[in-house]
Design a protein around this ligand. Structure first.
Ligand SMILES: [Zn+2]
Length: 105
C-alpha cells in the first residue's frame, strides 16, 4: 500500500474524522446537493466538496464538507470513477468496493 493510501485510510478511521463527520451531519442533516437543496432529504454521507487527494488542509477543512445522501454520493462516485480521480466511498468515507486497494491490505 502506498504512503498516500495508508495516510488517508488512517484519517478516515480516526476519531477526529468520526466526530467531524457526525458534527457535519448534525449541523446539516439534509442533502446539500443542488438537486435536493432545501428539500429536506435526510443525508447519511459526508463528502469533501473539493477532493482532498491527500491534502490535509482540504481533508480537515470543515468548510470543505457537505452532507449528501448515499444516492447522491454515488452519483459523485460515478463521476469520479469516470475521471479516475476518486473511488466510491461508504458513509464513513471508506471505499465501498471490496476490490478497492484500500480494502486489500
Ligand atoms: Zn441530493
Amino acid at each position: 500500500m502506498s504512503d498516500y493510501f495508508a495516510k488517508v485510510k488512517k484519517w478516515y478511521r480516526s476519531t477526529r474524522w468520526q466526530s467531524m463527520r457526525s458534527n457535519q451531519l448534525r449541523r446539516h442533516p439534509y442533502c446539500q446537493c443542488p438537486r435536493h437543496r432545501n428539500k429536506k432529504i435526510k443525508a447519511d454521507t459526508v463528502d469533501h466538496i473539493k477532493p482532498h487527494r491527500g491534502d490535509p488542509r482540504l481533508f480537515w477543512s470543515v468548510q470543505n464538507l457537505q452532507s449528501l445522501t448515499r444516492e447522491c454520493h454515488s452519483g459523485a462516485k460515478q463521476k469520479f470513477e469516470k475521471t479516475g480521480v476518486w473511488p466510491g466511498c461508504d458513509e464513513s468515507g471508506m471505499p465501498e468496493d471490496e476490490e478497492h486497494h484500500w480494502n486489500l491490505e
